[in-house]
Design a protein around this ligand. Sequence first.
Ligand SMILES: Nc1ncnc2c1ncn2[C@@H]1O[C@H](COP(=O)(O)OP(=O)(O)O)[C@@H](O)[C@H]1O
Ligand SMILES: [Mg+2]
Length: 213
Amino acid sequence: MNASDSILDVRKLKQYFHVNKNLTMKAVDDVSFQIKKGEIFGLVGETGSGKSTIARTIMGIYPAVEGEIYFKGEMISNQRIFRQNKKKVRRNMQTIFQDSAAALNPRMTIEQIIAEPLRIHRLASGKKELQEKIDRLLLEVGLDSSLKSKYPGEISGGQRQRVAIARCIGMDPDLIIADEPIASLDISIQAQIVTLFQDLQRKYGFTFLFYRA
Ligand SMILES: Nc1ncnc2c1ncn2[C@@H]1O[C@H](COP(=O)(O)OP(=O)(O)O)[C@@H](O)[C@H]1O
Ligand SMILES: [Mg+2]
């Protein structure tokens, strides 16, 4: 495999939590995997097996105890390097969580939620372009633009997850970490959201790290 095809390369990652002086919790112990550009990489593990810890370590929330993480060929597990690249990495790596209700600000409208990161990262120039972008993102995730003025509490769980996905793909990230994104949805809705991820991958070549219990 060509090194440039690799989006994420996790090598012998270890993550321990020191619960107290006698107890060390080995949340992640010697995990290695590699994700290629444009693939949906599924990581299956029961609750407590360390999936979210791996995600947080990739995102640089915890420094790795041991092992290395390479993002687009660049080492990001070293804290000094990570701090230097923080803004770039944060923008290019986006996350979707199980509980989208908690991840979306309840006091912001759907429109404001999708617009916020686009504004912060200046991904739209002017009001008109921003509006067009929001409308297009809603369409991509299968939501009617009439939902724009609604608040997260006024729409269904599946719709909220679609909003989270719209917000995420608006950043055009190189990697999307979806941490059990369908776990809290009804079975029938789960299939729809999986299909949406597959459509987005096929259409735009998005790369996913997809967790399932
Ligand atoms: N900040 C932390 N401090 C101590 N233990 C933790 C911390 N975060 C996670 N753990 C423990 O690490 C293990 C893995 O948790 P987690 O990564 O959340 O698993 P998963 O996402 O697969 O359910 C669990 O036993 C959890 O209790
Ligand atoms: Mg988890």
